[in-house]
Ligand binder design. Structure first.
Ligand code: CO
Length: 196
């Protein structure tokens, strides 16, 4: 897999299992990426493949068990559900616009925006979260080159949500005290139930 696979993206890869809250890896601060090698490229490709099929618009490395500072995003792709002749459901994907952010740092932030967020690690929970409306983010690409991006709206929200994962913060931590405690208790109970 070549680092420029993003430019001519093909939906090929391996599905990874997404770790669910409250697994301890999701609360851990991830370490910076130092090796820009083929393992990193393969991880990003497989994370995109997993994200598209979930479907989701962002996925951070700790969510697939890699406690390192990178995530993938695509806020634009389309997924169409098609029922084939046998009555089976298939998905057709189009308009890919995959992005990879390695060692991101949010340099500037301004404004306020409220948006109903969800997370592949917290299935079934959707709640309004307050974020900065505009951000400037510095990050490295797959070749290790430093880039700067100004983002607003959904892209800004998504970068902040994924960046939180790198700091061990899941979006329910951003909710008001009452809601946060409600979900934490509920999800911890559900996890225990599965073990029994
Ligand atoms: Co998430």
């Amino acid at each position: 897999m070549n680092p420029d696979f993003l430019n001519n993206y093909k939906l090929e890869g391996q599905s990874l299992s997404v770790i669910k809250y409250p697994d301890p890896i999701l609360s851990k601060k991830a370490i910076p990426v130092t090796d820009f090698n083929s393992d990193l490229v393969n991880s990003c490709n497989n994370m995109l493949y997993t994200m598209y099929h979930a479907p989701g618009i962002g996925l951070a490395a700790p969510q697939v068990g890699i406690s390192k500072r990178f995530f993938v995003i695509d806020i634009q792709f389309e997924r169409e559900e098609i029922t084939n002749a046998d009555g089976e459901i298939e998905f057709r994907f189009s308009d890919f616009s995959p992005q990879v952010f390695i060692n991101p740092k949010i340099l500037k932030k301004s404004g306020e925006i409220l948006y109903q967020e969800g997370c592949l690690s917290v299935p079934g929970v959707y709640e309004d979260v307050k974020r900065y409306e505009k951000i400037t983010v510095e990050y490295q690409d797959l070749a290790g080159e430093t880039k700067t991006l100004e983002a607003d709206g959904l892209l800004s929200i998504c970068i902040q949500h994924e960046n939180d994962h790198l700091d061990g913060v899941v979006f329910i931590e951003r909710l008001s005290g009452i809601k946060k405690n409600f979900y934490k208790k509920k999800l911890e109970k559900e996890k225990k139930r599965k073990i029994l």
